[in-house]
Design a protein around this ligand. Sequence first.
Ligand SMILES: [Zn+2]
Length: 188
Amino acid sequence: MLINNDTIIKDDNPLMREKSKSVKLPLSKEDRDLLMDMFNYVKDSINPEIAEEKNLRPAVGISAIQVGVPKRMAAVRLVDIDKNDNEIIHEYCLVNPKIISSSVQKAYLKSGEGCLSVLDEHEGYVVRNARITVESYDALQDKFIKIRARGYLAIVLQHELDHFEGKLFYDRINKENPFEEIKNALII
Ligand SMILES: [Zn+2]
């Protein structure tokens, strides 16, 4: 599937509010191909030359609903720093991911969140859980995995999983006080 800035569905489309359905395993060729196209989007999108040529907006994740397919699949790829200050690449092609536990502690990105399906600015803190454990099938490794995510990765995974429920990041911004201080929150 051709995935670019023009084909990605935006938040004025009611489909973005629909719940996505579980995916049958083993993956069909069609589902796997779509998930790989989504993964290649996020991978290519951070390369300025390819992004310009293919009309991609930089992203660290994309869910299938954003290309019009209401299935519980998401591709995630991001570079983070581990506790020893080493660069670490997190990359997943998730099928039916589920959060099985979350921390009490909250977290948010200082600069707010963005989304390939959202063109308008929505300022404010998007408050999420600081740590989550996700169980999922991963089509990159072709096995079931458990991800213990914290910080940025935890935020990105929660953002993508929200798409399965028809939720967008700005739904989680406090409308009365978008920059309300959150006690004990991890600020990223
Ligand atoms: Zn999004």
